[in-house]
Design a binder for this molecule. Structure first.
Ligand SMILES: [Ca+2]
Length: 430
C-alpha cells in the first residue's frame, strides 16, 4: 500500500446553516417496511430481511445462493449526478458462505468482495459515475454471485467525495502517477481503493467491475494527461485487454478533446503499446480515448464490443526541471458543509511520522462579512482520539487559505478530521 493510503481523512469545519453532501439512499439501514424492506426489492432467488443480527438498528438484508445462481436486493432510484465521485460505505458479513462473491454498489461500478469475514466488517467503495446515467441504472444492489450460503449487508451511506491529490511545488499527482526526473508515468489505479477514478480520468461511459473496465456497445473512457505547465515531448499509451469476446478496442489521441486521431486497435486478448504521433507533439495536454467498435468484417456478424480492459498506462517525457514525485489520492467526503463557505481540501501533506504534515484547504467566504474560525485537525483510530491541533483564522470575504499542521505518532491507519470550530458546520471525511 502507498503510505498516504494508510490514512483515512475526515474533515469537519463549522457554521449555522449547513447542507449535506450525503446522498439519500432509500431505507439505508433497512429498518423500515412492513412485509418487505421499504425501498428495496429482491431480484429473485432466496433473500432475507434479517432481524436481530444487525450492526446498526435491528434489521439487515441478506442474499443466499445455491452456489450456481446470482441474486441481489436492489434499491429504488438514487439521484446520482453524472461524472461525480462518490464514496459508498456499508457493513457486510458472511454467514458461512463459500465460493463466488458478494456483489455490491451500482451496476455501473460493481465491487466484488470475494470472501467476507463472518464478523460485521466496514467496506468503503469509491467510484466515479458515467457522464450520462440512465434511470434504469441509477440504483444500488447488494447480493451474491455463485455463492453457496448467505451474505448480509447493513448501514449504507452514500456521500459525494472529493479527491485530494499529492502536491509538490507546482506539481499535482494522484494515485498511479509518478515523476522521476523527466519521466512521467501513469498506471491507472484500477486495482486500488480508487476504483475507476484517477486524476487523469475526465469522463467515461463504461461499466467498471471491481478492477477492470467492462466495454460494451458504445462504451468509451476518456483520459486527459497533463502535469502542471510541463510540455510533453514524447509519449506512449499502453492498454491491456484481459478478457475478450468480440468487437475491438480503438485507442485515439487528441490535443483538444474534440478532434481525435486513431492510434490503433486491439481485437483480441493482449496488450498494445502505441506511441503518440510526432505531429501531435510537443503538447502540454494530450487526451486519450478508449472506445469499443464493431470489427470491420464482411457479412452481418459484427459485435459492437464486448471486452474488458485490465490495465491502462501512459508514459511521457517532460521538459522543465527534473523532479521526483510519487502521487497519491485521498478521498475526502463532505457529509456536511456550510453554505457561506466554499471549502476545498487541497492536501494533507506527507502523512508520515516526522513528515511535513499539514492540512491545506482553500476557503471562499461567499458573504460580505469576515468569519472567525478555529481550524482544528483531529486524528483517531479504533475509537481512540488523539489531542487535536488548532489554529485561529479570520476568513475575509473572498478567497482564503487555511493551513493546519498536525502530528502523526506512527504509521498506523488513522482517520483525520478537520473542523472549523464553533459557529461553522462542515464535515468531510474519508
Ligand atoms: Ca440496520
Amino acid at each position: 500500500m502507498k503510505r498516504l493510503s494508510q490514512i483515512a481523512v475526515a474533515v469537519a469545519l463549522t457554521a449555522q446553516l449547513s447542507f449535506a453532501q450525503t446522498v439519500e439512499v432509500p431505507n439505508p439501514s433497512f429498518e423500515q417496511g412492513d412485509a418487505n424492506p421499504a425501498g428495496w426489492r429482491l431480484s429473485g432467488g432466496n433473500g432475507q430481511w434479517l432481524r436481530g443480527d444487525a450492526p446498526a438498528g435491528q434489521r439487515a438484508l441478506a442474499a443466499t445462493g445455491t452456489g450456481e445462481d446470482s441474486n441481489f436486493w436492489r434499491s429504488d432510484e438514487i439521484a446520482f449526478q453524472p461524472s461525480t465521485v462518490y464514496r459508498l460505505c456499508f457493513r457486510g458479513r458472511s454467514l458461512g458462505a463459500e465460493g463466488g462473491t458478494p456483489v455490491t454498489g451500482p451496476v455501473f461500478a460493481n465491487r466484488d468482495l470475494g470472501q467476507m469475514p463472518t464478523q460485521w466488517t466496514t467496506y468503503t467503495s469509491i467510484f466515479m459515475t458515467p457522464d450520462t446515467i440512465r434511470p434504469d441504472e441509477a440504483w444500488l444492489r447488494f447480493g451474491q454471485w455463485m455463492t453457496k450460503g448467505m451474505v448480509a449487508f447493513d448501514a449504507l451511506e452514500l456521500t459525494v467525495a472529493q479527491p485530494v491529490y499529492r502536491r509538490q511545488g507546482d506539481l499535482v499527482l494522484g494515485a498511479g502517477e509518478s515523476l522521476s526526473e523527466h519521466q512521467y508515468r501513469f498506471q491507472a489505479p484500477l486495482n486500488s481503493e480508487s476504483g475507476n477514478q484517477s486524476r487523469p480520468l475526465v469522463r467515461h461511459r463504461c461499466n467498471f467491475n471491481s478492477n477492470r473496465w467492462v466495454f460494451g456497445r458504445d462504451s468509451e473512457v476518456v483520459y486527459r494527461h497533463e502535469l502542471g505547465n510541463r510540455t510533453q515531448t514524447a509519449a506512449t499509451v499502453e492498454v491491456t485487454v484481459g478478457w475478450y469476446a468480440g468487437g475491438e478496442l480503438v485507442v485515439e489521441a487528441s490535443r483538444d478533446g474534440e478532434s481525435w486521431r486513431a492510434l490503433g486497435t486491439l481485437g483480441e486478448k493482449g496488450s498494445v503499446a502505441l506511441p503518440i504521433p510526432a505531429d501531435l507533439l510537443p503538447a502540454q495536454t494530450l487526451w486519450i480515448r478508449l472506445r469499443a467498435q464493431a470489427k470491420q468484417r464482411v457479412g452481418q456478424d459484427s459485435d459492437p464490443g464486448s471486452f474488458q480492459v485490465h490495465a491502462y498506462s501512459y508514459a511521457a517525457t517532460l521538459d522543465g526541471p527534473p523532479a521526483d514525485v510519487r502521487g497519491d489520492t485521498h478521498f475526502v467526503a463532505v457529509p456536511v458543509s456550510d453554505p457561506r463557505l466554499k471549502v476545498r481540501v487541497e492536501g494533507v501533506g506527507d502523512g508520515l511520522p516526522g513528515g511535513d504534515n499539514v492540512v491545506l484547504a482553500k476557503v471562499e467566504n461567499t458573504t460580505a462579512q469576515p468569519i472567525d474560525v478555529q481550524p482544528t485537525v483531529t486524528l483517531g483510530r479504533a475509537g481512540q482520539t488523539l489531542a487535536p491541533r488548532s489554529t485561529k483564522a479570520t476568513l475575509r470575504p473572498g478567497d482564503n487559505e487555511i493551513r493546519v499542521p498536525y502530528d502523526l505518532p506512527d504509521t498506523g491507519e488513522y482517520a483525520l478530521a478537520l473542523t472549523l470550530g464553533a459557529g461553522v458546520e462542515y464535515r468531510a471525511e474519508t
